[in-house]
Design a protein around this ligand. Structure first.
Ligand code: SAH
Length: 245
C-alpha cells in the first residue's frame, strides 16, 4: 500500500514517520510514503502555487493547475483514491482509516492559506477528509494523522494483529486499562485480578472495564447499538455497582 502526499512543505514530513511502527513498516516496504513538492508541478519561472481569490477578500488560494498535474503524475496503475485534507470533509474515524487500506494507493492533497481552488474538490478529488472540527493552518499534520491511523490497519505494520483488534473503536468500545510493573507504586495497586492467572476472569474484567469506560466517556459509541447478551449482563453489573458507589 502506498501513500502519496502533495504539499508545498515537503520538509514537514521528515520527522513524523521516522520512528516507531510506521518507520519499521517503511523499512520493510510494507507501506510506502512518497512526498511530492507541489512547486515541482508548476510551469512558470516563479513556481507559483497560490494566487488571490476571485471576488476579493484577503488571503491566498492554492491554484488548480499544479495540483491536477501533480495528481496525474503520481497516480499509479492500481486502485487509487485522491483526497483533499479539509475541515469540510468526512471526519476521520477508525472506519474510514480502515477503508483507505483497501486501496493500492491513496493520494493526499494538503491545502494551505485560505484553502484550495474548489475545482480540485469537484473534479479531481474523490473526497475530502477532516481530522476534526477545528481549522489547522495546513493539511500536512492532518495527512500525517490519516496515514498513521490507516497504516495501522495494513497487515504487518503493527506486529501483533491482536493489538489493533483490541484498540479503542475497533470493537466499537474503548480499550481496557493496562498496567505494568511494579505491582504497587506510591501505594497505588494494580487490580489483583490481573495476577490471578485465570484468563477467563481477566478477559471478563477487561471487557467490563472497556464497557464501563465507554459508557462513562463516550456513551455515543454504545447508544443505538445492540449489545451481545454477555455485554448486556456486564453493563447491568456496572450500573448496579454505580448505585452503591
Ligand atoms: N478556509 C478553509 C480552511 C483553510 S485552512 C475553511 O474554512 O474551510 C488551510 C488548509 O489546512 C486546508 O485547505 C486544509 O488542507 C487544511 N486543514 C485545516 N483544517 C483541517 C482539518 N480540520 N482537517 C483536515 N485538513 C485541515
Amino acid at each position: 500500500m502506498r501513500f502519496d502526499i502533495i504539499t508545498i512543505f515537503p520538509e514537514m514530513f521528515t520527522g513524523v514517520f521516522s520512528g516507531g511502527v510506521i518507520k519499521k513498516a517503511l523499512d520493510r516496504e510494507v507501506v510506502r510514503i512518497a512526498v511530492h513538492d507541489l512547486r515541482d508541478f508548476t510551469t512558470d519561472k516563479h513556481r507559483q502555487v497560490d494566487d488571490r481569490p476571485y471576488g476579493g477578500l484577503e488571503g491566498m488560494v492554492l491554484k488548480p493547475e499544479p495540483i491536477f498535474r501533480a495528481v496525474e503524475s503520481v497516480r499509479g496503475v492500481g486502485r487509487s483514491k485522491v483526497y483533499l485534507l479539509s475541515p469540510q470533509g468526512r471526519r476521520l474515524d477508525a472506519g474510514l482509516a480502515r477503508e483507505l487500506t483497501s486501496e493500492d494507493q491513496v493520494i493526499l492533497i494538503c491545502g494551505r492559506y485560505e484553502g484550495v481552488d474548489e475545482r480540485v474538490v469537484e473534479h479531481l478529488a474523490d473526497g475530502e477528509i477532516s481530522v476534526g472540527d477545528y481549522v489547522l493552518s495546513g493539511g500536512e499534520l492532518a495527512a500525517a494523522v490519516v496515514i498513521d491511523a490507516a497504516a495501522r490497519f495494513v497487515p504487518g505494520v503493527v506486529g501483533k494483529p491482536g493489538s489493533v483488534r483490541n484498540d479503542s473503536f475497533a470493537e466499537g468500545v474503548l480499550d481496557f486499562p493496562q498496567y505494568t510493573r511494579p505491582r504497587e507504586f506510591r501505594g497505588l495497586k494494580v487490580p489483583p485480578v490481573l495476577f490471578s492467572g485465570d484468563h477467563k476472569r481477566i478477559e471478563r474484567w477487561r471487557r467490563k472495564k472497556s464497557l464501563e469506560k465507554t459508557v462513562r466517556q463516550r456513551p455515543d459509541l454504545v447508544k443505538n447499538r445492540t449489545l451481545a447478551p454477555e455485554d448486556r449482563r456486564l453493563l447491568e453489573e456496572i450500573l448496579e455497582e454505580r448505585k452503591h458507589e
